[in-house]
Design a protein around this ligand. Structure first.
Ligand code: AKB
Length: 310
């Protein structure tokens, strides 16, 4: 396989940490986003691409002889509820364009993430299995189920090697999140160090599945590279550790005892209430050896050490 990778949403939280690791493994990255990156020389090759523009996507895939598309561009859960039309355009049209362009240009592989947002209130909340009723209630969640199903359709009908991971909330010290419902799990660290207090937008007992960015990046690379024959599924649950804001607060307090917290739930509480509390990722463990390394203690220490050193 040639190693020319086109990545959409390259300035986003996950892409910006995945790209250096892909580069270290010898992939050539064509980074694309709707806007120019903040620093001019962030990427060796950067192209403006709005994923709604199919012709432009086709042009770039052909110009760079792309063999792998990593489609990360997406409007997240909270932002999607504020602007459902935008989420419909970007998330649905973008995924459709990626899959059709990949099929027509004979791209070898497409990776696009799904999310715990693909699940809904009718899904079992504890140890949510891989193959289970989904019926999400947010436009973002609906777009993730669409991505999973359309990708699997292209795999079945056109043998396009589509792969998808259902990410939980991803925690990193390297960017301040926005637009998501799991953002509190990062914001609490930034506010703890900057102000010594945090206003949390979900209740203290809102348990959600989370994962460190370092586990996310390693796991995604392993999944991308595993032999297709080992995969019994095209969409896999993956998780790290589940916790509530109160549990995270108590753990951060072991490092920063003066941290104060207030709970002021907003519209994001309703979104979180429809999502699983914990995830069963045994299929990923069995089929391609997925393993998380971080737990709440190690994530907390890593976040605080990294933020202090910045
Ligand atoms: C969000 O909160 O929208 C994302 C996700 C869980 O997909 N972080």
């Amino acid at each position: 396989m040639n190693k020319q990778v086109l990545i959409t949403g390259s300035s986003g939280q996950i892409s910006s940490e995945l790209i250096p690791e892909l580069t270290a493994r010898g992939y050539s990255i064509i980074a694309t986003d709707v806007k120019l990156p903040k620093t001019e020389f962030e990427y060796e090759v950067f192209e403006i691409l709005d994923v709604r523009q199919k012709k432009e996507m086709e042009r770039l895939v052909s110009k760079y002889d792309i063999s792998l598309i990593i489609h990360n561009a997406s409007i997240l859960s909270a932002k999607g509820e504020q602007d459902p039309s935008l989420a419909l355009d970007v998330n649905f049209e973008g995924t459709r364009n990626v899959l059709e362009v990949a099929r027509d240009a004979e791209v070898e592989k497409v990776f696009s993430p799904s999310s715990i947002a693909a699940f809904g209130p009718e899904t079992p909340k504890e140890n949510t299995p891989n193959d289970v009723i989904t019926r999400p209630k947010t436009i973002y969640g609906i777009s993730k189920v669409f991505t999973e199903l359309l990708g699997e359709y292209f795999w079945g009908k056109y043998q396009l090697d589509f792969r998808c991971l259902r990410y939980p909330g991803i925690i990193t010290p390297n960017s301040i999140p926005s637009g998501g419902t799991t953002d509190w799990a990062i914001e609490m660290f930034f506010e703890a160090l900057n102000n010594g207090n945090y206003r949390c937008f979900v209740n203290k007992d809102t348990q959600l599945p989370m994962m460190s960015m370092r586990d996310c990046v390693r796991g995604t690379l392993e999944f991308l590279e595993v032999d297709s024959k080992k995969l019994t599924h095209r969409t896999y649950n993956v998780t790290g550790i589940s916790f509530t804001p109160a549990e995270l607060y108590n753990e951060i307090k072991t490092h920063l005892p003066s941290l104060k917290i207030e709970y002021l739930p907003d519209y994001r509480q309703q979104i979180a209430d429809t999502w699983p509390k914990s995830i069963d990722d045994n299929f990923a463990r069995r089929d391609w050896g997925w393993q998380n390394s971080d737990d709440l203690k190690s994530i907390t220490k890593w976040m605080i050490d990294s933020l202090k050193s910045k």
